[in-house]
Design a protein around this ligand. Structure first.
Ligand code: V07
Length: 247
């Protein structure tokens, strides 16, 4: 660690442009401490600040974090209500740091279905940081990979029916333009997916975008996931020889 606590990587280590993280293990972290699940979510939110800042310092261009899935609505209403307040807490305490770090906030998901207060604070953070030119901190929020693909298919079908596109011209690039991640442009596809807590599933996250991503399954629960864990997972990425389907 340097004196300003900015962990450095060896210059020859290639840093993934886009890292996506499934931040798993918050409930188990709390259970092992004899605390309620929401304590794990709160600690997990605090760790988002730590890891996002470190990723920015390491030169990551896009950090996508799976914060709330379309399936999470089936959790107990008390827990969902707590989770819907976390973005309010997050920006209430972390916005000055985001501005200082020149971080741009984006949100990928079906935000129309969020509670008004949650949606407003999230969209305000996007607006207030839209001119920042540093790392993009992209929250997958009320997001589901299959729902995203269905949404893109519907959008293309509507354009084909109204004559604004020729169905024969539909290709990967056109399809990707209809995905929710089109706002990320050429950086939409993660180079590295990290899932914490040891679970080895992608759980309906960025199904199209992860087609050629390296995946690292880290055993640490998210609240315990440190900058050193992130650095080691980036070093593991650097050791992989990516072929994108070719030999
Ligand atoms: C629902 C939820 C849960 C949530 N957890 C903390 C991280 C671990 C995963 C579960 C709990 N965090 N952490 C940050 C946010 C957030 C979301 C959108 C946004 F614009 C700003 C912050 C968040 N949202």
């Amino acid at each position: 660690m340097t004196e300003d606590n900015k962990r450095q990587l060896d210059p020859e280590i290639s840093v993934p442009k886009h890292i996506a993280i499934i931040m798993d293990g918050n409930g188990r972290w709390a259970k092992e401490k004899g605390q309620p699940r929401i304590a794990g979510h709160k600690e997990g939110m605090n760790n988002v600040k730590t890891i996002a800042t470190a990723a920015s310092h390491l030169g990551v261009k896009v950090l996508s974090l799976y914060a709330f899935s379309t399936e999470n609505w089936s959790r107990p209403s008390k827990e969902v209500n707590f989770l819907m307040r976390l973005p309010v807490d997050f920006f209430g305490t972390f916005m000055p740091d985001l501005i200082k770090e020149n971080i741009q906030v984006m949100v990928t998901g079906f935000t129309d279905h969020l509670p008004d207060r949650t949606r407003k604070v999230v969209l305000k953070a996007v607006e207030d940081t839209k001119d920042n030119t540093g790392m993009i901190l992209n929250f997958a929020f009320n997001y589901g990979g299959r729902a995203e693909i269905v949404h893109a298919a519907k959008s293309l079908a509507i354009d084909a029916v109204n004559g604004s596109i020729d169905p024969d011209k539909i290709d990967d690039a056109m399809f990707a333009n209809h995905l929710l991640t089109n706002q990320l442009g050429d950086l939409a596809d993660p180079d590295l997916l990290i899932r914490t807590s040891g679970e080895e599933r992608i759980s309906n996250f960025m199904l199209w975008q992860l087609a050629y991503s390296e995946m690292v399954f880290d055993k640490a629960y998210w609240p315990n996931y440190t900058v050193d864990n992130l650095v080691e997972d980036i070093k593991e990425f650097d050791r992989r020889d990516r072929r994108f389907g070719s030999v």
